[in-house]
Ligand binder design. Structure first.
Ligand SMILES: [Mn+2]
Length: 322
């Protein structure tokens, strides 16, 4: 594909490549960063290629460590964004000091999240890892087993074990290509969906706190709620999918407040109600059926207004598109 070739040529023209992802990295973001780094290191052994950000520390021993890069290495580098819509949403602000930028992404585009640089943006994909793997295949790049495992992690987590809207025959095809590279799919699943006992205990509590109103399942969790279980803000905020099966709801949403007042809002629908326009109307973003909003201060989070907006979410009719 022409755009994959163009992105490859840009990567080929820089001596140093820095791969960035979004804040609170998930399996898709981390998997794309590690996977693309390991592919490019094989393709370009003379270049310096780094994955920058927090990654998922508890996965590092199996899938690979993130890199720490001295500040003076940033200028002159190509910044490659994966699974993130725009520079503002990148986890590490050093991205702003790169010489140029490209991205691989699958977020629904929005005017508030401009990216006026070369990119492969494919919002119909259930995971960004699929975009990156297709880029590798199209350019005939060797995918080492370490990269294949990381990409497989990305596909598995963003597709919810191949269950979410956007999973296609091509998703499964790419999964089979990755497995052929010599990965252990069972091991990747064990990592991807492992929940420590304290998280399982918190999930039981979270479900008890959840409310159901006007077709919306929701819970607002304060620091005292999750801290008592010995889990982190990120672990607590990642659990929106636990609310999915509780009621037959249009939309389910999880509000998680951090100790410093930050509120993370996650909106989902498994009944084809569009949540991305709702998130965007409150300054957030994401995908058609999975989106989020962040607030720096709890008092700025209009909890009831968000719940009300979810109650009047519109049903997506695929037939009217294309
Ligand atoms: Mn993703």
């Amino acid at each position: 594909m022409q755009k994959y070739k163009e992105l490859f040529d840009i990567i080929a023209s820089y001596p140093r490549i820095l791969i960035y992802g979004h804040s609170l990295p998930d399996g898709d973001c981390y998997g794309c960063q590690i996977g693309l780094r390991n592919v490019l290191r094989k393709a370009f052994p003379k270049k310096e290629i780094y994955a920058i950000g927090t990654g998922i520390p508890q996965f590092a021993a199996y899938f690979g460590e993130m890199d720490v890069v001295p500040d003076d290495k940033i200028p002159g580098s190509l910044g490659v964004l994966v699974d993130v819509s725009c520079l503002r949403r990148v986890e590490k602000e050093s991205v702003n000091r790169c010489a140029a930028w490209i991205k691989f992404d699958h977020h629904t585009p929005h005017d508030n999240e401009p990216f006026p640089y070369p990119m492969a943006l494919e919002p119909e994909r259930v995971s960004c890892a699929e975009v990156v793997v297709d880029f590798c295949l199209d350019n005939k790049l060797y995918i080492p087993p370490s990269a294949a495992a990381a990409f497989y992690l990305g596909i598995l987590t963003d597709s919810g074990h191949f269950a979410f809207h956007g999973t296609t025959h091509h998703t499964l095809y790419l999964a089979s290509v990755l497995i052929k590279q010599g990965i252990d799919p069972k091991k990747v699943i064990e990592y991807a969906f492992y929940q420590p006992p304290e998280v399982r205990r918190y999930i039981a509590y979270l479900k008890k706190q959840a409310q159901f109103d006007n077709g919306v399942t929701y819970a607002y969790m304060k620091p005292s709620d999750w801290d008592a279980f010995g889990i982190s803000f990120k672990q607590a905020g990642d659990l929106v999918n636990c609310l999915a099966g509780m009621n037959r709801c249009k939309v389910y949403c999880l509000f998680t407040e951090d100790k410093n007042g930050v509120v993370r809002v996650e909106l989902r629908s498994n009944q084809n109600y569009e949540v991305q326009p709702i998130a965007a109307s409150f300054g957030g973003g994401g995908h058609r059926f999975a989106a989020g909003i962040d607030y720096d201060k709890a008092e700025d989070c209009p909890t009831q207004a968000i719940i009300d907006a979810c109650a009047s979410a519109s049903l997506y009719n695929e037939k009217t598109e294309e």
